[in-house]
Design a binder for this molecule. Sequence first.
Ligand code: SF4
Length: 340
Amino acid sequence: MPVIATNTVEQRCSSLGEHRQLLVNIELNRSCAHTQVCGQTCYLNVVAPVGKMPLKPEQVLAAAREVIYDGEFVRHLVLPGKEVFETPDLLMQVIEEFHGAPVLRRPGDISIITASPAGLQRYASRLADTPLNAVNISMDTAESGLRSPRNNEPLLAAALRLKELGGTEAIGVNTVLTEENLAAAVQIGKRLQGAGIDQWTLGPLLRPMNGRMESALSVRQLREILDRIRQEFGNSDLNIVVDLDLPLLNGLVDAPEVLATGKMRWRYEYELPDAPNILLEAGNPAAGFFFRMDWAGQLMSKEDYRRIGWPASYGQYAPGAILHLIKKLREQRPEPALAV
Ligand code: SF4
């Protein structure tokens, strides 16, 4: 998933406490049926470690347990796949363990990212027993070069059906923006209006540049795109989140208070004053707010995750490593000014 991989659905006026400021991604596997189709446009294809063995499912489960039973400071636990339904037993085990864990010790919520309508349909009744807080799906345009837009409608229908059955509280839809797809992206937005989704996340396509994954869109291009999005959807019932990085957000927004507040939080946020249903955000790149474990067990910071190659600044998974990391990150983080 090229977008939202370091973000997720967060309800406006979330009831999650301010002591929870850590976003955690645990990659379940390295398999996705669309791998050949999406090719180098897939973020995960580009940053995938080379020549590494994947962790065994029981190791991934053990890693997830360390988050689930010591997740007091974790705001969101997100399970990205690569495609989570490629390893459904592992996926369901992690979700079921989350539900079995004491509420005060586990993360604030749990969500998945998927492009599999079949998986959502097949596991809907089990998910209704142990619901997700959010399902993130991707609906992309032909111009983005990702899997066929033909997948969009079945995926949306499966996610909506899952919500109807009680298998997820919320649905987030992600759409990648390129230099060429604004008109088609607007059509997706129109389709989503009134459809019953909770968040539409737009993010620039990321491309490899100088060893890092960088936005394919400049600040100027993003400003033009935002103007159009504001014209089309400003003050509508569509809750829109524009997923940026900090330099892009700084380029678009001149508001010192955003920087001051964002420093203490898992993400920097700026609501458009004349269209408050549109929120610009950038994940906090400082230590203490994010970590991701990839399928090979590499533990990465937000900045590492943008690098191509082998960063491993937080090390390699071994039993107890995640517990240790959560504690260390918690110590590094500044205290919020106001604890809610
Ligand atoms: S569907 Fe998503 S994870 Fe799978 S190859 Fe395409 S972009 Fe990558």
